[in-house]
Design a protein around this ligand. Structure first.
Ligand code: AMP
Ligand code: MG
Length: 331
């Protein structure tokens, strides 16, 4: 069989990613250009402007890395949601234009689904329960009856957002996750912070606000606060993940998303997997943070199982839930 080549565009938030994947399962290119805000957090319109400015360059780079020309592309895929509206629209506009110009099919893919699919491809996990933790998303999902079902999620902000906002208030460098991880290694005293697990859902706003208030009170060292923020937040993630694993009895536990780079969180997840006889996996960082390769690979899976996104259905959906998506490539 002739292999198909998909070019995938990821632009849900601050990363502009262009990936090239082949239907034989190889990733031919994975170029990323990150928008760093001058101050504060991500500003959707500024990030979108960055993406449109860099779109041409990053696409060219990806084609060059893949050693192909645009004419070799057989499918164009893009992250259709969830994400920040202006950023999503920039990626979708480029994808529509490119697909029309090359006269190839267009496939809109769900960003959260693609994190799981690239995780399966990169680690060899087949049917994992996945903890997906990033700047904009926090959820625990597993495949069941045709879809990725959500077994637990945040009710408000993502864990990465909680870490990044605290770090900013505490004067740590951006993005906050790695800086907090480093400081936490020197902390040891557990400061009581709000632990909010409600059923299978979590809330991180109270934790974030309390940590900021404790920092401003001047009563604690920054190291102890970072330590406590990590211990509390990761214990919440661990509790829900463990219950989901006990319930689903999945044989594998996959950690992905940018926060999955955290060594403390990895060890929490590994302990849980061991306890329940599941095999732990973590996605290599280049495929764990937002990237184009995952969109390209999911584009291949979807296209080869009949999914097409005609232009009139290619509008973006900033709130597109993972469990609304049919997954015909899995049984
Ligand atoms: P993503 O949204 O998947 O692109 O990942 C970005 C998020 O990952 C940001 O919130 C970062 O602060 C977070 N992050 C990156 N490295 C680490 C780390 N070592 N520990 C905790 N969070 C991290
Ligand atoms: Mg990101």
């Amino acid at each position: 069989m002739v292999s198909l080549i998909c070019l995938g565009i990821e632009s849900t938030a601050d990363n502009l990613g262009i990936g090239v994947a082949s239907s034989d399962g190889s990733i031919l290119a994975n170029e990323v250009d990150v928008h760093i805000p001058e101050q504060g957090g991500i500003h959707p319109r500024e990030a979108a402007r960055h993406h449109s400015e860099k779109m041409g360059t990053v696409i060219s780079k990806a084609l060059e890395t893949a050693k192909i020309t645009a004419r070799d592309v057989s499918i164009v895929s893009f992250a259709q949601g969830p994400g920040l509206g202006p950023c999503l629209r920039t990626g979708a506009t480029a994808a529509r234009a490119l697909a029309a110009y090359l006269n190839v099919p267009l496939v809109g893919v769900n960003h959260c689904v693609s994190h799981i699919e690239i995780g399966r491809l990169a680690t060899g996990a087949e049917d994992p329960l996945t903890l997906y933790v990033s700047g904009g998303n926090t959820l625990i999902a597993g495949f069941e009856a045709g879809r990725y079902r959500v077994f637990g999620e945040t009710l408000d902000i993502a864990i990465g957002n909680c870490l990044d906002t605290f770090a900013r208030e505490a004067g740590l460098e951006y993005p906050g996750g790695p800086a907090i991880e480093k400081a936490a290694l020197k902390g040891s005293r557990l400061i009581e912070l709000p632990y909010a697990v409600k059923g299978m859902d979590m809330s991180f706003t109270g934790l974030m606000t309390a940590a900021i208030n404790e920092y401003r009170s001047g009563r604690h060292s920054l190291e102890d606060l970072c330590f406590s923020l990590q211990e509390t937040g990761y214990a919440m993630l661990g509790e829900v993940t463990e219950r989901a694993l006990a319930h689903t009895k999945k044989p594998e536990l996959l950690l992905t998303g940018g926060v999955g780079a955290n060594k403390r969180l990895r060890s929490v997840i590994e302990d849980i997997a061991k306890e329940h006889g599941a095999k732990p996996f973590h996605v290599p960082i280049r495929y764990a943070t937002d990237n184009g390769a995952m969109i390209a690979w999911t584009g291949i899976l979807a296209y080869t199982h009949g999914v097409r996104t005609p232009i009139e259905a290619s509008y973006v959906d900033p709130r597109w839930r993972i469990d609304e998506v049919e997954i015909p490539w899995r049984v």
